[in-house]
Ligand binder design. Sequence first.
Ligand SMILES: Cc1ncc(COP(=O)(O)O)c(C=O)c1O
Length: 409
Amino acid sequence: MDYRTYFKEYPNEEGRFGEYGGSYLPPELIPAFEEIYDAYNAICRSAQFISELRRIRREFQGRPTPVYHCERLSRKLGTCQIYLKREDLNHTGAHKLNHCMGEGLLAKYMGKKRLIAETGAGQHGVALATAAAYFGLECEIHMGEVDIAKQAPNVARMRILGAKIVPVSFGLKTLKEAVDSAFISYAKNYKDSIYCIGSALGPHPFPLMVRDFQMCVGIEAREQFLSMTGILPDMVCACVGGGSNAAGMFSAFLGDPVEICGVEPLGKGETTGLHAASMTYGRKGVLHGFESMLLQEADGSPSPVYSIASGLDYPGVGPEHALWNQLKRVKYVTATDEDAVDAFFKLSRYEGIIPALESSHAVAYAIRRARQSKTGAILVNCSGRGDKDVDYVIEHYGYGDNYKFPETE
Ligand SMILES: Cc1ncc(COP(=O)(O)O)c(C=O)c1O
């Protein structure tokens, strides 16, 4: 694969990343998604749109976020060096605002009055509510009742920002059902609303659009790492839920001699229903209007999924990741709940950075690899901050006093 031409080839006109992606929609929604695609092509590539988005990134979001060298953590683990791309310092505390501001700006140019979305951890919901407040739009967020209880601080933030929360009480009451519910609402309201999918998935053009809006993460990180060290990292990793933070990070390194790893949630283990590692254990199928690797039952219905990290708790993964997996350009690995919680406490105690439980999966994998390797540098996308998870972690794991923090590990 020649990665110099990659972005011209993928996705194709139908939104396909090789065998994956595309658009599987009920007939009444086809014009709505076509309208979004046409607007994206016409508006988002205009100099006016790009310069407005750049100003927002700089003045409102606080970009560029820094790359940070975790010297203490690295020293504890050995001689391999760990660096973080600090998306936790992006306004609202996660990478999600990168695509929400893009989607909000697009909605404004399209003359829409309402943003509709689902959320799992609440980070996408908070980011979208923020974008809606910024652009003066209405905002409707669908969220499973399980996640509403688990992510109370984010629910409060969304309400303060003026969003309407629609609690979802069917099925497992988590992210998949929240997407189902948001789709139903969008089908009724598409004339004056836009559905702002929370990750690099869904029907065309969302996997493309969300990846493009997230590319600032990888482009900045690559430049920053080069200027800090004079070389490229040996390995780049990010957690993979739907795949937006990972897509943004990875796409800047595709053409480089850099190992790329996506970290999926293995939850409580390999048994179906106890994890959400869609790439590792899934097979090809269609869900929520796109084709990708999905965790599914024999009859094709989505399997129940679980992860300690609500934002990773989804039975599918963005189609571009399925392509990268097939091309063997990105390796997809796993980290359990326990690995993530251990990394959550280690980064907190060694570096003074409390990561989101989602991001803790990527940190956990970096820790594993740093222990195995004597040389090199690992760049981890710290996709978000852990404030939203603090209450949950304290309740289930205490303050970390039972975890080991030896002088050298
Ligand atoms: C902080 C954080 N990181 C990662 C994710 C996973 O999403 P994605 O795979 O789209 O980056 C979420 C989702 O809510 C999140 O809140």
